[in-house]
Design a protein around this ligand. Structure first.
Ligand SMILES: C[S@@+](CC[C@H](N)C(=O)[O-])C[C@H]1O[C@@H](n2cnc3c(N)ncnc32)[C@H](O)[C@@H]1O
Ligand code: SF4
Length: 302
C-alpha cells in the first residue's frame, strides 16, 4: 500500500529487532549477537513515532531476545508507548519465553495484542540439541506457563516453529491442537549470509537445513492443523519490514541495510528496505491482529 500523497510505500507491519543479545543458543539462528547496541528508550520511541506517522498498523518486537534488555522494562515501556501514546492497532512480541514473568504480564500485558513463543519441538531433548533452551529450565514448561498467562491477561497466544533436520520427522499435530494458538507459523530453516553462514557468521546452519520436499512432507503431516501458516525460506525474503538495532531497514534479499530512519526519515530509508508488497500479502502478512475489548458485551447489557 502506498501513501496517496507521496507515493511512498506504507510500513504497515514492522518487525523491530531492538537487541541482538540472547540467552539461548539456537544453532540455526539468523539474527545473532553481532553487536550489543541498543538505542536509548527516547530514540526508540522517536523512531516508532516516525513509523506510526508513516502509517504503521502493527509493530512486532523481536531480537535477539526482547525480554533480555533491562529485564523486560525496555520492551514493556515501548509496548505501552505504542499502544497508549501512538494508538497502534497491533502490538506483538516474539520471544523464547524464558525470561517472561507474571509481574511483567501484570504491568504490561494490557499493551500487548499477540505474544508469540518460539518452540521447535515437543521433545525437550530436541529443543536442547537445537540450543532452544536455557540452563536449568524446561522450554516446554516455559511455553505452557506463558500460554496460561496469555489466557489470564487477555493476550492472543501464537507459536513459531523452525522446521529443520532435527524436528522434520516429528508429528506436532496433537500438541499444537491442544495448545490452540491463534497462529502457528512454521518456517523452513533459512540461511542468512553473515549470520548463520559465510564470512563473519556466528552460527553454522548447514546441518539444520532441509529440502523443499522434506518441508512439504512436514506440512502434509500437519495439514489438519487449522492454525498452520507455512513459510518456505524463499517466502521470507523481502516480505517483511525488518528494522535493526540502529533503526535501519534490513533488506534480507540483497543483504544490505538502509541508513538509519532516525537520520533520514522513513520515506528515504524505506527505498532501501527491499520490501515487496506482493510477497508480504502472499505469505499472509495481513491478518486479524488486534485483540478485542474484553468487556464489549458487558457494556451492551447495561
Ligand atoms: C530471531 S528470533 C528472535 C525472537 C526470539 N528470540 C525467538 O526466538 O522467538 C525470531 C524468529 O525467527 C526464527 N528463526 C531464527 N532463526 C531462523 C532460521 N534460520 N530460519 C527460520 N526462522 C528462524 C525464530 O525461531 C523466531 O521465531
Ligand atoms: S532464535 Fe534462538 S538464539 Fe536466535 S534470538 Fe531467538 S532464542 Fe535467541
Amino acid at each position: 500500500m502506498a501513501n496517496e500523497k507521496t507515493g511512498c510505500q506504507i510500513p504497515e507491519s514492522v518487525n523491530y529487532h531492538f537487541t541482538r543479545q540472547c540467552n539461548y543458543k539456537c544453532g540455526f539462528c539468523f539474527h545473532t549477537a553481532k553487536t550489543s547496541h541498543v538505542l536509548s528508550v527516547e530514540d526508540a520511541k522517536r523512531g516508532l513515532k516516525m513509523l506510526r506517522d508513516s502509517g504503521m498498523q502493527k509493530i512486532n518486537f523481536s531480537g535477539g531476545e526482547p525480554f533480555l534488555h533491562k529485564r523486560g522494562k525496555f520492551l514493556g515501556e515501548l509496548a505501552k508507548y505504542c499502544k497508549e501514546d501512538l494508538s497502534t492497532p497491533s502490538v506483538s512480541i516474539i520471544s523464547n519465553g524464558s525470561l517472561i514473568t507474571e509481574k511483567w504480564m501484570q504491568e504490561f500485558g494490557q499493551y500487548v495484542d499477540i505474544l508469540g513463543i518460539s518452540c521447535d519441538s515437543f521433545d525437550e531433548n530436541i529443543n536442547e540439541k537445537i540450543g532452544r533452551h536455557a540452563r536449568g529450565k524446561n522450554h516446554l514448561e516455559t511455553m505452557r506457563k506463558v500460554r496460561t498467562w496469555c489466557l489470564e491477561y487477555g493476550i492472543m497466544f501464537k507459536i513459531n516453529s523452525v522446521i529443520n533436520a532435527y524436528n522434520v520427522n516429528e508429528d506436532m499435530s496433537e500438541n499444537i491442537k491442544e495448545l490452540d494458538p491463534i497462529r502457528w507459523k512454521v518456517f523452513q530453516c533459512k540461511k542468512r549470509e553473515g549470520e548463520n553462514y559465510g564470512e563473519g557468521a556466528l552460527r553454522q546452519v548447514e546441518k539444520f537445513l532441509i529440502s523443499d520436499d522434506q518441508f512439504n512432507d512436514f506440512l502434509e503431516r500437519h495439514a489438519d492443523v487449522p492454525q498452520i501458516v507455512p513459510e518456505y525460506s524463499e517466502m521470507m525474503v523481502q516480505s517483511y519490514f525488518i528494522v535493526d538495532e540502529y533503526f535501519r531497514f534490513i533488506d534480507n534479499g540483497a543483504n544490505t541495510t538502509s541508513q538509519s530512519i532516525l537520520d533520514i526519515g522513513v520515506e528515504a530509508a524505506i527505498k532501501d528496505s527491499g520490501f515487496v508488497e506482493k510477497k508480504y500479502l502472499d505469505r499472509g502478512g495481513r491478518y486479524d491482529w488486534s485483540k478485542k475489548p474484553v468487556c464489549a458485551d458487558k457494556d451492551l447489557s447495561w
